[in-house]
Design a protein around this ligand. Sequence first.
Ligand SMILES: [Zn+2]
Length: 89
Amino acid sequence: MPARQKYRLRARSDREIVREVEPGMTYVDAESGEEFEAVGALLPLAPSPSELPYSVENLRLCGCSLEQLVQNDLNDCPHCGRRLPAVER
Ligand SMILES: [Zn+2]
């Protein structure tokens, strides 16, 4: 289970990466040498059973009457506890 929060990091030249961040560490863009600045925390906030961010391509309907969007890598719906069918890729 991922316990670390992922952040969106941005360099001056607007290059962005997403990664887990250790407090007090400095992250530098390997290509430009620019220092990254954290511009936002990624949803879902840690700790979450899912590795995937809440973006449309990573979500599907769980299929129950609650009609909640759940992340593709989850085995069980976090809203109703229903077992989710395997993802077809
Ligand atoms: Zn559900």
